[in-house]
Design a protein around this ligand. Structure first.
Ligand SMILES: *Cc1c(COP(=O)(O)O)cnc(C)c1O
Length: 390
């Protein structure tokens, strides 16, 4: 058993907000995704500092659970993961920016995901200089029009490389555009295109499924799956609740509890008109902490698209955000909590076991991915839990 118990970020006595990262839940999610991957290897996508949770926490935990493959977006991130994972395969999704970048990849034994003919030319030249066909991955775009060779180009390159043997791709990958909508017709089109390209590349490993892709079942599975958000407790499939455990709990310190009269208003712009005598808990969290201003309370004009505001959870109840979220402070209407159960020094949950992260994100007009990767630097961070032997 490997126990995780650490503190970082702000001093707990001085911090406005605290994040609790539950390693046991992270690993339960990893094991569930591995089980659903049914024989395919299961990587960990740890780009953007492991979706804001911290690679120094997430990478060792995934390693202890047997994960051997990691994906990052940028070479700098790959170099940081290498310091934590001596033997793992580390794939860099953004490709090769320029020829001068290539030596950094080989020095840290990073595997570039080659997205363009230019990437391929840079890596071929670099392998020539090094006198070795260093591993790489080939990305084919099957319908997202984001990164990767077109299907035609990927098929042509398979023939060219079979002759020149200039590169030794260890992985062929593509990325699903609509996996979170299981019935979307693009999913099957992408699978068919990817199968065609895969045949041209012979026996090399293939990878397609992100978190929602894993839930599409056998057709997207191939040899290696690439979950990100589901590891961190986000629901991968729109509108469907999958048995993933919440990993991150975000709470904010209540710094003042005040009473306002009916007819008064609250926060900037005076948009929250109080229809009753209201008890307001003032929490030390705001948009500077990634608690988005677009999650302001109901009735605030900037909320037109999603009228329902965000909620917190305190004293056993869900309580609505009141008025605009400000840079450092957010107001919650705690009038319905039992008298005196909410006090300065208490913490209010923003998302976690009682307020699903997807709900908090939706209330701010965004997705769990953006909520997690926006959390900022002012939080106290604590890591709890353990990796038990499976
Ligand atoms: C971010 C990313 C993933 C992980 O996606 P999730 O939806 O978080 O599981 C997988 N593959 C690629 C290419 C990505 O960019």
């Amino acid at each position: 058993m490997t126990e995780f118990n650490s503190h970082s970020g702000a001093d707990p006595r001085l911090a406005g907000g605290r994040l609790t990262i539950d390693i046991s839940a992270l690993i339960a999610n990893y094991r569930l995704l591995r089980e659903l991957s049914d024989g395919a290897r299961t990587a960990g996508v740890v780009k953007a500092n492991a979706y804001g949770l911290g690679i120094e926490t997430v990478v060792p935990a995934l390693l202890a659970a047997g994960c051997e493959d990691f994906f990052v977006a940028l070479p700098e991130e790959g170099i940081a993961v290498r310091r934590l994972a001596t033997d793992a395969r580390i794939f860099v999704l953004a490709g090769l920016f320029e020829a001068e970048a290539a030596p950094f990849y080989s020095e840290a034994r990073l595997i570039p995901v080659l997205n363009t003919q230019r990437d391929i030319a840079i890596w071929e030249a670099h392998c020539g200089t090094e006198g070795a066909a260093l591993p790489c991955a080939i990305h084919v775009d099957t319908g997202m029009n984001r990164l990767g060779l077109t299907v035609e180009r990927a098929l042509a390159y398979a023939r060219e490389n079979a002759l020149t043997r200039a590169l030794e791709p260890v992985l062929l990958m593509t990325h699903l555009a609509c996996a979170d909508e299981p019935m979307h017709p693009l999913n099957l089109k992408q699978v068919e295109a990817f199968r065609r390209v895969r045949e041209a590349y012979g026996g090399i490993e293939a990878s397609m499924a992100n978190s929602p892709g894993i839930f599409l079942g056998e057709i997207t599975r191939f040899d290696l799956t690439r979950p990100g958000i589901a590891l961190y407790g986000g629901q991968p499939v729109n509108g469907a609740s999958k048995p993933l455990r919440p990993v991150v709990t975000a709470e904010a310190r209540i710094v003042q509890v005040r009473h306002a009269r009916a007819g008064e208003s609250a926060s900037y712009g005076a948009h929250a008109m109080l229809e009753r005598g209201t008890t307001i808990a003032v929490a030390a969290v705001g948009y500077a902490d990634g608690y988005h201003r677009s999650g302001s309370g109901a009735g605030v004009p900037l909320r037109a698209a999603i009228p329902q505001g965000a909620y917190g959870f305190v004293a056993g109840r869900r309580v609505p955000v009141l008025g605009r979220v400000t840079m450092d402070l957010t107001l919650f209407d705690v009038t319905d909590c039992a008298p005196d159960t909410v006090q300065p020094g208490d913490h209010i949950e923003l998302f976690g076991p009682n307020i699903p992260i997807d709900e908090a994100a939706h209330a701010a007009g965004t997705i769990a991915y953006e909520l997690l990767t926006s959390l900022g630097h002012r939080w106290q961070r604590r890591v709890v839990g353990a990796v038990t032997d499976a």
